[in-house]
Design a protein around this ligand. Structure first.
Ligand SMILES: Cc1ncc(COP(=O)(O)O)c(C=O)c1O
Length: 334
């Protein structure tokens, strides 16, 4: 069935919404059966736990139109697992992975008609909120919760060219215990740092490298394509375990890359980046891979690699989009 979706490309990513979302509540003991509801304003009590004490987390994944016209999610189970662990860290009732996947699939089915043709897709935003109405509950978790899956038809995410990244070695993106949690406060914490880097250096993003070792940016993972080796920091509790990062590393060998997961200090990064054979990219669900053109360290600009390149970045992007769009077969369970 071809899409009858209006092209969302003209609107900013994430600002157009599908009409339907799956929704379920946890009443303190069990999850309700999911319902399909209209995407409209939520009715929340002003004393809702999430509004005061930050008990909320979310996921971000995509569903893509396949060659036979059906719409299929990409690696939803991995996102279900990540939300489960985010919820546990926030002391929220975790939606069981089968509930997560059922609600994501139902949301996709109900919004399939507005899912654009590739390179567009349906971006999905599963969201979990602590809903207990109690402003005296700062020191204990919300007993109740709301879980919904919002849908947004999106076009291709254009970054507008290679990014300028300011390297931040003093401030962390978030606290150590929340690095791998996808919760709003982490993004709020990075905003001021990003704002300053934009003002001072015209930076697009900040690469957080607390203690001098690279972690990630405010909303993406970080990879260096040094010749045919992908160098990236090893997973730690300090940063978000990106599904796109995992996808890239999983298919690296097929694409002729070797993978070197190791701590990457800023001096070594700058040295690697100066080689004409190096490309630097950010990875994430929205953009898949976004090329980095300039690293800014202590006010000095370092241009990445040679001028006109990007063939390795393009090769990775093409393979990941082929997997997502069902043009090449996916590994079992993806
Ligand atoms: C802080 C942060 N790191 C990394 C990522 C990349 O994760 P993924 O590839 O699962 O989208 C994201 C995007 O969700 C993010 O917000």
């Amino acid at each position: 069935m071809p899409s009858d979706a209006p092209a969302p490309a003209a609107k900013p990513f994430g600002s157009v919404f599908g009409k339907y979302m799956a929704s379920a509540v946890f009443d303190g003991e069990a999850w309700s059966n999911p319902a399909m509801v209209s995407t409209k304003e939520l009715v929340l009590h002003p004393g809702t736990h999430a509004l005061h004490y930050g008990s909320s987390c979310f996921e971000g994944l995509k569903a893509h139109r396949q060659p036979d016209g059906t719409v299929r999610t990409f690696r939803a189970s991995r996102h279900a697992d990540r939300m489960h662990s985010s919820a546990q860290r926030l002391m929220l009732p975790p939606p069981p992975p089968h509930l997560f996947e059922t609600m994501v699939n139902e949301t996709v089915a109900n919004n399939a008609a507005v899912t654009p043709e590739p390179p567009g897709s349906l971006y999905l935003r599963p969201t979990l909120l602590g809903t207990e109405q109690n402003i005296g509950a700062a020191a204990r978790p919300s007993r109740t919760a709301l879980f919904y899956v919002l849908a947004s038809p999106v076009g291709q995410y254009f970054s507008g060219g290679p990014l300028r990244l300011a390297i931040e070695t003093k401030l962390p993106r978030t606290t150590p215990q929340f690095g791998m949690v996808k919760t709003g406060a982490n993004y709020a914490m990075a905003l001021g740092v990003l704002h300053e880097a934009k003002q001072r250096f015209g930076a697009d993003q900040v690469l957080f490298a607390p203690s001098g070792y690279v972690e990630e940016t405010g909303a993406a993972n970080f990879l260096v394509l040094a010749g045919d080796t992908i160098v990236t920091p090893p997973l730690s509790e300090g940063y978000l375990h990106g599904v796109t990062r995992d996808t890239i590393l999983s298919v690296a060998t097929t694409l002729g890359f070797s993978v070197d997961e190791r701590p990457l200090g800023v001096p070594e990064l700058l040295e690697l980046a100066s080689s004409p054979d190096t490309e630097v990219v950010l990875s994430g669900t929205a953009a898949i891979v976004a090329p980095v053109g300039t690293l800014i360290h202590e006010g000095t600009e370092h241009v990445v690699g040679g001028a006109e390149h990007g063939s390795r970045t393009a090769k990775i992007r093409a393979h990941v989009t082929d997997l997502q769009q069902g043009i090449v077969a996916r590994p079992e369970g993806w």
